[in-house]
Design a binder for this molecule. Sequence first.
Ligand SMILES: NC(=O)C1=CN([C@@H]2O[C@H](COP(=O)(O)OP(=O)(O)OC[C@H]3O[C@@H](n4cnc5c(N)ncnc54)[C@H](O)[C@@H]3O)[C@@H](O)[C@H]2O)C=CC1
Length: 481
Amino acid sequence: MSFAAQPTASLFINGQHVEGQGDALPVIYPYTGETIATLYEASTDQVAEACRVAAAAQADWAALAPVERGRVLLRAAAIIRERNDELSRLETLDTGKPLQETLVADWESGAQALEFFGGLAATVTGQMIPLGQDWAYTRREPLGVCAGIGAWNYPSQIACWKAAPALVMGNAMVFKPSEVTPLGALKLAEILIEAGLPAGVFNVVQGRGQVGAALTGDSNVAKISLTGSVPTGRRVYAAAAEGIRHVTLELGGKSPLIVFDDANLEDAVSAAINANFYSSGQICSNGTRVFLQEGIRQPFLDRLAERVRNIRMGDPLDPDTNHGPIITPRQAEIIRGFIESGQAAGAQLVCGGAGEGAFIPPTVFTDATDDMDIARDEIFGPVMTTLSFFEEDEVIRRANDTGFGLAAGVFTQDLTRAHRVIGKLQAGTCWINTYNLTPVEMPFGGVKMSGLGRENSAAAIEHYSQLKSVYVGMGGVEAPY
Ligand SMILES: NC(=O)C1=CN([C@@H]2O[C@H](COP(=O)(O)OP(=O)(O)OC[C@H]3O[C@@H](n4cnc5c(N)ncnc54)[C@H](O)[C@@H]3O)[C@@H](O)[C@H]2O)C=CC1
């Protein structure tokens, strides 16, 4: 491959590239199955060293004026934009996602987070609380060392979404990307140094689950922010409890997208495509349970099947490709298992199916029922399950009948119904007449099993800081004796 994916070394600690002392971590390009780089996991000692270094660097970083910290992030955002082409190619090699997507959705979204929090830095203030003669004030202070742990579907975006609010509030970070997609975070570390971040404030360790577990349990770590599956979230939460550490959990989902009879058909179909097939369906907030009101059901399915024929599946580096391979053979096998189980349970395929090798085409099921696995479990692949409904109350009840609560969408032209239904849906991130737009200005996160805390927006500031209250005595002090 002409494009060099092999990084200088696997880890980034204290501003230096450092080779990992653990097991090998091959980086496989999902399209060809070719090993494009070999990295090495961090040893337990190296994880501890990264956390120590971060703790040592954090105090001076926190002592800077917020506007100075913000400036570093703004410079990093500018560097990312200058190098977007090169970074997006690397992201495509790391994830297999079409260049058409990575050029606009991955590093660009990361740059927006750095820009947003960089600009917000100087606006974070405390409160002055009058108490008669005395008064109190609050300070919003950093937590210390934050651990970031990422999933493989948006590796660089996830790294930026976690680093930006953490760093701007004066924390240091040790980030562990997914073992499947380790490359982008190393680029972010280099870019932040180039933008003026002091060495040690942002560090990268690599490895599988046990490296994540070591990070989660490190005594220097004050907070863990995980993007991953529910089972991993449960483990991280339990480990965090041991040290009473803060957590943000961005976990999985099985989100409803409800299309009423009066919806704009073309928009609803577009949204359902975006909500199920972008990134080959490997998106946590996807609206994979598409509830269709009986009157719009058939026109919707017909138009969807027609539109899906325009898919261009193939080489992710080809600028015309809009549907890439599945991240790993193992994930493809899991997705195929769900497709088989849907068929065995009696659901009908409108289009798609098992596909071949790394590719699974956009797959749509109809005649599904709420109790089928394809309607209950997160598939994390390009599989849409459509379910029909008649009444508003009925669909709200069925939409909420899940342990997950990440996202939800409603399509209707009836303004009052849109807000009424959204008000009753148990989901952290909702859309009306669109789907899967996650601008940095809007809080993002889930309820129920889909997670805790919020990323993006000013809401994220609260999750990367803590309040100190200061009572100021202005008079004498009385005592009982
Ligand atoms: N809500 C959100 O923002 C998002 C959620 N996700 C969810 O992520 C999942 C897919 O990503 P995967 O990488 O397969 O998830 P995963 O849960 O297998 O792994 C996530 C990360 O956790 C690490 N990890 C594994 N065991 C650990 C442990 N015991 N302690 C600490 N870290 C550990 C992994 O190495 C990886 O870096 C899906 O469920 C998806 O819904 C993905 C993207 C966004």
